[in-house]
Design a protein around this ligand. Structure first.
Ligand code: BDR
Ligand code: CA
Length: 382
């Protein structure tokens, strides 16, 4: 099994990602570190309970489904730790425009039947999580030091604040012990989603992202052979079309919010359809009737690409067949009024970076013609 720490800000796609992790026998979930991000950290934490409540209800009403979620009640339950409340620097940005005020499509308002009551909260906690009084940084450090070196995969599905704090305080231990780090974040050759040029997880804490991804400063960031960054370029093209969801999961699904009515759906389908109501409306406003699977792709990548503790040969992670990894150089913008969180790539030597249909050689020949007396004017006149 691949031991994983999931650093998350649930979040509609985070919840789906965790659902995939719970359903994946390849993984052993050691801890969840809950961070601010899509919503504030306490609402994000609450969404883990909502998810566990829904899976628990599903298993209670359909006991045969227990097997579908082998990581739901493992022998050693994961630690649930509260992570950072806000970024290292700058203002706190949430993605409530997309995920709703509660981070889960406003289910807390529209579907109060999914809210977790305090007595249920403690029973969910006792049954499914290992209790701790430690900070999230201590929890992660303990795990990294108690397991074989480089065996743990760290999956980051939210802002990189927690990882940056860990590296600031304990960089050497982390660099020595951490295995693969799969990060959903960034936009390289596609537009951003939080702003025209920035992806949300990087935008929400550009300083943290800059520290974690400072590959050229060995005493600061993560070693480049451990990091697999999954930017929007890759994640946004993986989606579930809502018509597919309706056809295969919930034929009665409607995106119009309605007052709660007793549901005949199974608890888990009721849960996902409830937070998809608003999500679908927002996605349609954005121009597509589909849900992008950003964080889910990161879990999938972690499952298919376990870290190899013996790999010390390259500065790139070694991937399984079917996965390709490309080295990219970028800097993260931390001060721009319009460009905060942008991944700036120096394309001046990249011939393909010029206008479509042209390339550097063509541009060069155009310039040469321009510099010959009348050359360009003659060619236009011809
Ligand atoms: C990322 O930002 C968040 O809104 C999502 O949960 C995902 O982690 C996509 O840009
Ligand atoms: Ca997320």
């Amino acid at each position: 099994k691949i031991p994983v720490i999931i650093d998350t800000d649930p979040g509609v796609d985070d919840v789906l990602a965790i659902l995939l992790a719970l359903a994946s026998p390849e993984l052993e979930i050691l801890a969840y570190v809950v961070s601010f991000g899509n919503t504030d950290v306490h609402a994000a934490y609450e969404n883990i309970y909502r998810l566990y409540q829904a899976v628990g209800r599903q298993i209670t009403s359909h006991p045969e489904d227990k097997e579908r979620f082998p990581n739901f009640s493992p022998e050693v339950p994961p630690v649930l730790a509260l992570g950072p409340h806000g970024p290292l620097e700058g203002g706190r940005h949430h993605a409530q425009y997309f995920h709703g005020r509660d981070g889960l499509g406003d289910v807390s308002q529209n579907h109060p039947e999914l809210n977790v009551h305090s007595e249920d909260r403690s029973s969910i906690f006792c049954a499914n999580f290992t209790t701790t009084t430690k900070s999230s940084v201590e929890v992660i450090l303990d795990l990294l030091q108690s397991r074989p070196k480089r065996s743990i995969t760290y999956i980051a599905l939210g802002p990189l604040t927690g990882l940056a704090l860990l590296l600031r305080g304990h960089g050497e231990v982390v660099r020595k012990n951490i295995g693969r780090v799969v990060i959903m974040g960034g936009a390289l050759d596609v537009p951003g989603n939080a702003t025209p040029v920035a992806e949300f997880n990087i935008f929400a804490d550009a300083h943290a992202a800059n520290e974690v991804l400072s590959f050229d400063t060995p005493e600061r960031g993560l070693p480049s052979d451990r990091v697999v960054l999954l930017p929007l370029d890759i994640t946004a093209i993986h989606e579930i079309p809502f018509p597919f969801y309706v056809k295969h999961v919930d034929p009665t699904f409607e995106s119009t919010r309605k007052p709660s009515i007793p549901s005949t759906k199974s608890p888990l389908v009721h849960f996902s359809s409830s937070f998809f109501e608003r999500t679908r409306e927002v996605m349609i406003e954005f121009g597509k009737d589909a849900m992008e699977l950003h964080d889910i792709v990161a879990i999938w990548c972690a499952i298919e690409n376990p870290s190899d503790p013996t790999d010390n040969k390259d500065d790139l992670p070694v991937m399984s067949p079917g996965w390709a990894v490309v080295k990219r150089n970028f800097s993260i913008e931390r001060t721009g009024e319009l460009t905060l969180g942008m991944m700036v790539i120096d394309r001046r030597d990249d011939p393909t970076a010029y206008a479509p249909g042209s390339n550097r050689a063509q541009v060069q020949s155009l310039l040469e013609r321009y510099h010959q007396p009348h050359g360009l004017l003659e060619s236009i006149a011809m």
